[in-house]
Design a protein around this ligand. Structure first.
Ligand code: ATP
Ligand code: MG
Length: 426
């Protein structure tokens, strides 16, 4: 991509009204734009990062036999009433809608029982459980697991964390269905390991922390926590054995006989897994016939990850006073090619040729071909955008290219071939 043609531009100053590093840097870099409090537009550069995050999540969900689908965000009141969550939990509602000039009820065919009222989905247990009734009748239909990556809506009172706490945000939610508790327990561990892999691939060090199941379960649930001062949670954890627990339920006895010392730190919850048991299968009468011919409620689990919160977390973790340092696995581009203009020589054509070569090699490259901008400004933008490799072509570099890793000081003059080897590792 030629930077001169990019839809966005970088901003010189921090945006007003944003407190967090992730919001400031993502907005300044043109990765996102604030649409209203807690509601952000992900711009082309940001979407490239988000798509990497989603791809990694998808690959690991597919690897544990999760099948992807998409449920609607607009969910009829009747679903929420069945689970008893309409009055308590649904804040964003639609009522009468205007279509053209006439006002009429925005309702399903034949009118919904509730007069066409909808809630914007903040979670999807209700919808998926009622759909599952069509496909699960017998123990032979179990287990099953489906997931989606989709927008969720929550009336967060404090929407001041940038992408860490949105009112509209992206969630990957996986739902699993089992014949018995043993099978749920087995799959729960499988998902836990898949989550560990996801965060490893994202370069995010996570603690798997025990947390309270709240209204859902008396058992512990597990949160995936990234230790960081921007987090809203507090975790107690042991570096030696890996034990971790959310402060809300902290019980030092759970640490067992490990000799390691417990530390306490703020952390960002990037994922959360739950055993739902029969909470929703009972409300929605999702029953199956077991091997003995008896009807029993299906046992369920639900597993969330926040891709947009992860995007914000990556910036909180990987940034310095100049800007972002994207890990290679999620970087919007791998190489930031910078052409420094000179009157004497036509470096542009040299940089153009290198740009074409890198593209031919399928190396994702952002090419700063902008004219009338100083070298200093281009370098400052490169630091802000945080692309892993900066490659400079100028009068000084001659036939060679000056390469530097974001976050490192060392610069090296390399040939085109060496550059390709360096960035692809081949
Ligand atoms: P929190 O405790 O942070 O409010 P939660 O426990 O309510 O989150 P879940 O319902 O378990 O969150 O959602 C699953 C995942 O979705 C979370 O682990 C987080 O990554 C993400 N998430 C939840 N709420 C938000 C939000 N307001 N903005 C961005 N991501 C969110
Ligand atoms: Mg939580």
């Amino acid at each position: 991509m030629r930077q001169s043609q990019l839809f966005t531009k970088t901003l010189k100053n921090d945006p007003e009204g944003e407190e967090t590093k992730n919001a400031k840097l993502l907005i300044r870099g043109g990765f996102m734009s604030k649409t209203s409090a807690g509601v952000y537009t992900i711009l082309p550069l940001g979407l490239r990062v988000l798509e990497h995050i989603n791809r990694i999540i998808r690959e690991e969900m597919n690897a544990i036999d999760g099948e992807e689908l998409i449920m609607p965000a607009l969910i009829d009141r009747k679903y929420w009433e069945k689970s008893g969550r309409w009055e308590t939990d649904i804040i964003y509602r639609t009522g009468k809608q205007k279509a053209g000039k006439t006002e009429h009820n925005f309702s399903t065919e034949g009118g919904s029982a509730s007069g066409g009222e909808y809630g914007l989905g903040w979670t999807h247990e209700e919808v998926i459980t009622s759909i599952a009734r069509q496909f699960i009748q017998s123990y032979k239909d179990l287990p099953k697991a489906v997931y989606q990556i989709q927008s969720k809506f929550r009336a967060e009172v404090r929407a001041q964390g940038g992408l860490l706490r949105g009112r509209e945000f992206l969630m990957k939610d996986l739902y699993s269905f089992h014949a018995d508790v043993e099978d749920l327990n087995r799959y729960y561990e499988v998902v836990k390991q898949a989550y560990v892999k996801i965060f490893e691939r994202l370069s995010l060090p996570v603690l798997v922390a025990e947390a309270s199941g709240g209204a859902f379960t008396k058992e512990y649930t597990h949160e995936f926590q990234v230790v960081n001062p921007a987090g809203e949670d507090t975790v107690h954890y042991c570096m030696k054995c890996g034990f971790a627990q959310n402060r809300e339920i902290f019980d030092a006895k759970r640490h067992g006989d490990c000799s390691g010392k417990l530390a306490e730190a703020r952390a960002i919850e990037v994922g959360n897994i739950f055993k739902l048991g029969t909470r929703f299968s009972e409300s929605f009468e999702l029953l199956y016939t077991n091997a003995a011919g008896k009807r029993a409620p299906v046992i369920m689990g639900s597993y969330g990850i926040g891709p947009t919160r992860i995007l914000g977390t990556l910036v909180e973790v990987f940034s310095d006073e100049r800007g972002i340092l994207w890990p290679e696995a999620v970087a919007p581009y791998l190489v930031h090619l910078i052409e420094i203009t000179s009157q004497k020589e036509d470096h542009a054509s040299k940089a153009d040729a290198l740009y074409a070569t890198l593209q031919k090699q399928n190396i994702p490259v952002l090419y700063d071909d902008r004219t009338g901008i100083s070298a200093g400004e281009k370098f400052a933008d490169a630091d802000l955008l945080g692309i892993p490799y900066r490659a400079v072509v100028s009068e000084k570099t001659g036939e060679k290219i000056e390469i530097k890793k974001r976050g490192e000081r060392d610069m090296k003059l390399v040939s085109e071939k060496e550059l390709i080897q360096l960035v692809t590792g081949k």
